[in-house]
Design a protein around this ligand. Structure first.
Ligand code: ADP
Length: 388
């Protein structure tokens, strides 16, 4: 099989071992995973491999026009001129790279055109290769979108803080007592809290996922925990004229857990209920301790605290419910600015406590988010650490 396309490679470079392999270069060219096309010195088609034919179809001019399109999508004669000029440039520079999108399928490729000297092709020519980057481009686009949303989510409260401070400062300098100082300072405080909350959610999600954050476990009074969380969202609910109802089972024993994480879980769930429910809607938070026979047979943790946050919002479609707790998943809420971080954080925080979180919802009839925290907490987990 030793013809022009096959060759026996023997030790060519010092210190490197090459076995005596007969390589079929024509076969390699044709079966390569990336599309490859060889053009002659004028840009005419000399050869194309299987992938190139699959991608561009059997038309011999396809690559030529694909390259020409990069430079001049106008009249053919202009395109021809532009192409010849481009080929001369590539010959001088050695190679050129660019990205293109196939309009029919929206697939994105990174292309490279390299000059092939006369030793490789009679009269000189060019090798055009392309590598699909569609998935990478989508990832890059969603990363960029996420960065934009995060910046927006941090920027809005930051400009609120700035304008409150500006007003307070002006009033103080001018000894103006007519400005509602307390209200302005509260706006600043709330905005700073929102920023801190989002940053902590992002950092804690990453740390919990990497098992780098342990729980700081202390006894928690459930009624106080719920009260604190409700207090944080009360202002937003009032501005939306929503009714916030609390129903905590009386005389609950203390719960074990990481107070800061659990408070933020509740604030996230309550915040979502406020955000996604229309003005005038109703939000109810309940907390109970369940010790049913069912629980006893289900697992070793006989008792569970269960928290439920119910809203009269739009509800969530079943196909969305399945993915809701994934990081950066934002459901159908295209009109509302959101990051898709809150519920992912809630899941990580609840599961670090050995609990479970889920949603029950019928589109059109509101949503109920529920989570459980076992009593006592499981001791032998990577997250458990007794707090002070
Ligand atoms: P964010 O609210 O920033 O998008 P989350 O992770 O908290 O992040 O929520 C993910 C998605 O879940 C939201 O974009 C929204 O589509 C949906 N969602 C969450 N809570 C509710 C709710 N109470 N009612 C309707 N949809 C909700």
């Amino acid at each position: 099989m030793a013809d022009a396309e096959s060759e026996t490679i023997q030790d060519q470079s010092e210190g490197e071992h090459h076995s005596n392999l007969a390589i079929n270069y024509r076969g390699l060219f044709h079966l390569g995973n990336d599309p490859m096309v060889v053009l002659d010195a004028e840009g005419g088609l000399a050869a194309s491999n299987r992938m190139a034919q699959e991608l561009l179809g059997p038309k011999p001019g396809a690559v030529r026009s694909l390259i020409a399109e990069q430079f001049s999508p106008k009249a053919d004669s202009v395109a021809d001129e532009a192409l010849s000029e481009f080929l001369r440039d590539v010959q001088e520079m050695g190679s050129a790279r660019w990205q293109f999108r196939l309009p029919e399928t929206n697939r994105v490729f990174g292309a490279r055109l390299s000059y092939l000297p006369v030793e490789l092709i009679e009269g000189g020519g060019f090798l055009w290769t392309a590598h699909e980057v569609t998935e990478w481009t989508h990832l890059e686009e969603s990363r960029q979108e996420l960065v934009n949303m995060l910046v927006h989510d941090l920027r809005v409260p930051l400009s609120n803080i700035q304008s409150s401070l500006d007003l307070v400062l002006t009033a103080w300098r001018e000894r103006d007592v007519t400005l509602p100082m307390e209200q302005l300072l509260q706006i600043g405080q709330r905005s700073a809290q929102r920023m801190e909350h989002l940053i902590s959610d992002i950092l804690d999600s990453a740390r919990l996922q990497a098992h780098e954050r342990t729980l700081t476990v202390t006894p928690i009074d459930v009624a106080t925990l719920v009260e604190e969380a409700v207090e944080i969202v009360t202002g937003s609910a009032q501005r939306r004229r929503q009714k916030l109802q609390v129903a905590v089972e009386p005389d609950l024993p203390p719960m074990e857990g990481d107070l800061e994480l659990l408070r933020r879980v509740l604030v996230n769930l309550l915040g979502n209920a406020v955000k996604y429910t229309d003005e005038g809607g109703e939000i109810t938070i309940t907390a109970t301790l369940n010790t049913t026979a069912d629980d006893l047979s289900a697992d070793e943790y006989a008792a569970k605290f269960q928290f439920s946050i119910h809203d009269t919002g739009p509800g969530i479609a079943p196909r969305v419910q399945e993915r809701l707790f994934q990081l950066f998943y934002r459901g159908d809420s295209t009109k509302i600015k959101s990051t898709g971080i809150g519920l992912a954080f809630c899941k990580l925080a609840v599961e670090a406590h050995g609990g479970r979180i889920w949603v029950e919802s019928t589109p059109g009839s509101g949503s109920t988010f529920r989570f459980t925290i076992p009593r006592p907490l499981p001791r032998h987990t990577p997250y458990y650490q007794e707090g002070g």
